[in-house]
Design a protein around this ligand. Structure first.
Ligand code: KMH
Ligand code: ZN
Length: 277
């Protein structure tokens, strides 16, 4: 596929609403932001939700309500985070599947995460992989480190393909503790991907965001952008909202003759053709 899949990760679990009031934390804010991002070229939304005090939560009722609202108000492919925050239990992260998203994140290994640890033991990866397949939810395999690429290869070899038969991986570069947001790191990780991977995207956290975006496009990859990963549009200029990050990604992709995919094309790429757009 010659176009570009653009995923927006608008909120994340770590960014503080008090410092970043433009961060969409309420459901109404999320829907408004989602619509703007869809108009700008996004086809997938990677969702973390917050409670009434803007703290990250995996509340099952709120998660289900969010999926339903995003489906009602947008044509976006809804991907719920099973990563949550570093404080969430493994069981509460598995329970995210009950909210019936189209897609879920599945991180392929434990990684230091600043001063914390993002915990993804092998048995948890296997359970999430198998339960997602049973629930007909298509995982996106999150790769924060080169070792995660090997773990993905083992997961697919020992436990088979996910629901839909396609394999989409997403490189997250630049988390303190993971692989750096540099072009050589991205190239090494792409070269290590197992043959089962049918598509991949990349995002660079913070400063490495633009080099990673440009390199991903040049290497034939897809893009993830959003305030989960990047809070500055340019040096010293805070992001006004997620849509401007999507607009920039879509513009760059179009300039490189790889325009943003439509919803139908995105569904075909990810193995979600059973869903009506
Ligand atoms: N918030 C991070 C600890 C995911 O969404 O799956 C984990 C994360 C990855 O954001
Ligand atoms: Zn996330």
């Amino acid at each position: 596929m010659t176009g570009t899949l653009i995923t927006v990760a608008p909120t994340g679990a770590e960014v503080d609403k008090a410092t970043w009031p433009q961060l969409p934390t309420g459901l109404d804010e999320l829907i408004t932001e989602a619509k703007a991002c869809e108009s700008a070229g996004a086809t997938v939304i990677h969702v973390h939700i917050r409670d009434d005090e803007h703290r990250p939560t995996l509340d099952p009722v709120r998660l289900r309500e969010t999926v339903l609202a995003l489906h009602a108000e947008t044509g976006l492919i809804v991907q719920l985070s099973t990563g949550g925050s570093v404080h969430d239990s493994l069981e509460s992260r598995l329970a995210v599947l009950a909210a019936a998203p189209d897609s879920c994140s599945l991180t392929c290994g434990t990684v230091n995460f600043g001063d914390d640890v993002f915990v993804n033991p092998w048995p948890f990866m296997v359970r999430l992989h198998e339960q997602a397949r049973q629930a007909q939810v298509v995982p996106e395999f999150e790769l924060f480190d080169l070792g995660h690429v090997s773990a993905l290869a083992r997961l697919l070899r020992e436990h088979g393909l996910p629901f839909g038969g396609r394999v989409h991986a997403d490189f997250v570069l630049g988390v303190p503790g993971g692989m750096p947001a540099t072009v050589p790191a991205l190239v090494a990780a792409v070269q290590a991907l197992p043959a089962e991977v049918t598509s991949w995207s990349a995002t660079g956290i913070g400063r490495g965001h633009l080099p990673v975006m440009a390199a991903a496009l040049a290497l034939g990859g897809h893009l993830r952008v959003g305030m989960e990963d990047n809070l500055f549009f340019a040096s010293g200029r805070p992001v006004r909202g997620n849509a401007e990050l999507v607009t920039r990604a879509a513009t760059l992709a179009a300039h490189l003759q790889r325009p943003a995919l439509s919803g139908t094309q995105a569904r075909a790429l990810l193995g979600l053709t059973h869903l009506t757009p």
